[in-house]
Design a protein around this ligand. Sequence first.
Ligand SMILES: [Zn+2]
Length: 461
Amino acid sequence: MTTLLIKNIHTLVTMDDQRRELRNANIHIKDGFIQSIGAIDEMPDSADEVLDLSGHIVFPGLVNTHHHFYQTLTRAVPGTQDANLFNWLVTLYPIWARITPEDIRISTQTALAELALSGCTTASDHLYLFPNGSRLDDEIEAAAQIGLRLHASRGSMSLGESQGGLPPDSVVDTEEDILKDSQRLIETYHDPNPGSMVQIVLAPCSPFSVTGELMRQSAQLAREYGVQLHTHLAETQDEEDFCLEKFGHRPVAYMQEVGWVGEDVWFAHCVHVNNEEIQLFANTGCGVAHCPGSNMRLGSGIAPILAMRAKGVDVGIGVDGSASNDSSHLLEETRRAMLLARVGAGLSGASRSDEDAPPLMSARQTLELATRGGAAVLGRNDIGSLEVGKCADLVAIDLNRLAYAGALHDPVAAALFCAPQNVDVNIVGGKIIIKEGKLTTLDVPHHIQKHNTAAARLLNG
Ligand SMILES: [Zn+2]
């Protein structure tokens, strides 16, 4: 049994059902789960470790719902900087075809280090290329060292150029191999229990890189084992045109046709969805990973997030791959979600003083997406809020800093409105993985060197 007492928290954002925010609060943690929250005289007298967080804001660890860790190796690549999604992909596929198992390990640790420093405690990743003997196992093993919870999506591409798909034939696999490997990974790694550190997700890449048959068979396999399904959907107008031409349906209707609706499904992006499609998500329980940075970077559009929330759709935040965002800063991404929703509201044409003007997304609504929302999207009820019995996953930021000066009347708003900060403390399952702003699980300067060497090799061929 190990215990941790966190005391004197200036502002504790619980994100519980009442959305309580507590002042001068304390948390007692036992074996990775929260035992009690409240006044110091309600806590046990002793603990194996005591952490004083006077002057800090604490909130639930952020949940990242969409990423491609390997893309940290190809940030800001010339030729992709000003491209739309399809041209961006066509430029990057041949570079990604050179990725090795060691590259997967290095990029996983880079992405998770950045995520951890930006407040993330649970990350999903979508790996859909397995060149040169790479396996999802490489990612899972490398992630264990950093200490974040991982939802590893076994991605896939089977529809090569010669079959009318977008990727070159050299980076696609046979559907038989994809399904066999998916089953092996679930049986080897998937842990559905409370406090789980690794879950497996089945995730054919997108409508334009796999066949309908692989979508159907992946859904069948996932449901046999009770694992989740994930893919990109309705990201761009080009994708909508592709689906209409190839399948005779809009992207969401195509998902319905291949059995990809339900509480076990979440989609990345959903920029180009109409009201009926949002209602279908609400009726069937499909979740959405909102990736505002990537949508802005690629000029894809603005996802109607407030309309989704108004209908009760679960929405989480995702940084998306680091070749279309060039950053894995989840707190920054959360702030972008708030600001981009406001741009969307402004585009409605209504004056801010009109009674029926669309509402502006608030700081607290946005933080809810990144915590409770992300947990719901990933199908987890043991994370996303700080309550007795839930996982002890939390982050803390020292309020006494230049970026927050003048905003301390509302520390929650400061964390979202002011320049996005790195966290000073990150705790996952009661284990401290960031202390005084430093990652305790990785030699970061040494790792940066390794990463840059790998990235240069990939780019130069
Ligand atoms: Zn993506």
